[in-house]
Design a protein around this ligand. Sequence first.
Ligand SMILES: *Cc1c(COP(=O)(O)O)cnc(C)c1O
Length: 332
Amino acid sequence: MQLSKFARVSLAHLPTPLEHLPRLSEHLGGPDIYVKRDDCTGLATGGNKTRKLEFSMGEAVEQGADTIITVGAIQSNHVRQTAAAACKLGMACEVLLEHRVGQPSETYTTSGNVFLDKIFGANLREHPGGTDFDVEMGAIAEEVRAKGGTPYIIPGGASNTVGALGYVGCGIELLEQLSEQGLKIDHLVTATGSAGTHAGLAVGLRGSGSDIPILGIGVNAPQDVQEERVYDLAVDTAELVGAPGCVAREDIIADCNYIGPGYGEPTESMNEAVLMLARLEGLLFDPVYSGKALAGMIDYVRQGRFIKGQKIVFLHTGGSAGLFAYADALAL
Ligand SMILES: *Cc1c(COP(=O)(O)O)cnc(C)c1O
C-alpha cells in the first residue's frame, strides 16, 4: 500500500499519541484500555476529519479549486474542520447544514461547532432534514462556476475513498506505534458514522497484514445498513490503494445498540461515559459520536465481552467542541 502517490496537504499533527488509561482500566476492572488521540490532530480543536481532509483538500488543491462545498449536521465536526482547512489554504467555504435533530435547543443551533464555523467565515445555509444534498451541492457548484470560481465538493464526513485514505494512514500509524511500544492488542474500537474512518482503518490494518479485530459502534444507521456502507467503502478504498480484496465482509462489524432515540440525541449511557472519562482521565469526548462509542465499549467490559488480560485501543475521534452545544442536555 502506497499513500505517497496521492495528493495531500499537511493539516494534522501526526502521529497522534497512543496513551494508556490506567484509572479508567482500573475503574472498570476489565481489560487494559488505551486511547489513540485523534482528538489531538490539531486543526481547530482537532478530530478525525482532519486526517481525511489532508487528502480531500490535497485533491482540491491539485484541481485548482478556490471554493470548497460540503455538508453536515448543524453540530458537524466535519464542517468545522473543513471550514478551518479552507481558511488555512486560502479557499472559500460553502456549507449546507442539515437539521437532523428534532426540537433543537437554542444552544444547539448557535453554540459549539456552528459558532466556530462562523468564526472561520464559512457561508452557512440551513436545510431541513432529508434534503437531497447531492443536488444542492451541485447547484452551489454551478453558482460558483457562474462567477468564474472553481468548486470542489467534499461529501458529508469526507467519507469517500479519497477521505478514507486518511484512516488507511491512521491504521498504518497505529501498527507502527504498537510495534514501537511492544504492545499486542486484542481489539480496536471506534465510532462509526459516515463510514470513512471505519473503512479506512479496516484497509490500513488488513492491507498491512494485521488481523486486529475492529469494532465499530454505530451512531445513526441500523447494523445491516452501517456494515454495508463501511464494507462498500472499504472495498473501493482497498482498490484505490492497491490492496484489492484485503477486507472481508465478516471483518466489518458495527454494533448499533448504543444510538438511543436517534442520531445526535443524548443517551444516559453517553452521559455517564463522557463524565467518567472526564473525571477519571481528564479527557473530553463528545455527545454524538465518541461518547456513544465509549458507552458501547464500557458496556462490552461490563458484559464480560472485553475481559481482564486483554488490551483494547479506543480511537478518540474528537468532537469536544460539540459539548458546548449540548450543555443543556448533559445531566450534570
Ligand atoms: C465524524 C465523526 C465520527 C465518525 O466518523 P465517520 O468517518 O463519519 O464514520 C466519529 N467521531 C467524531 C467526533 C466525528 O466528528
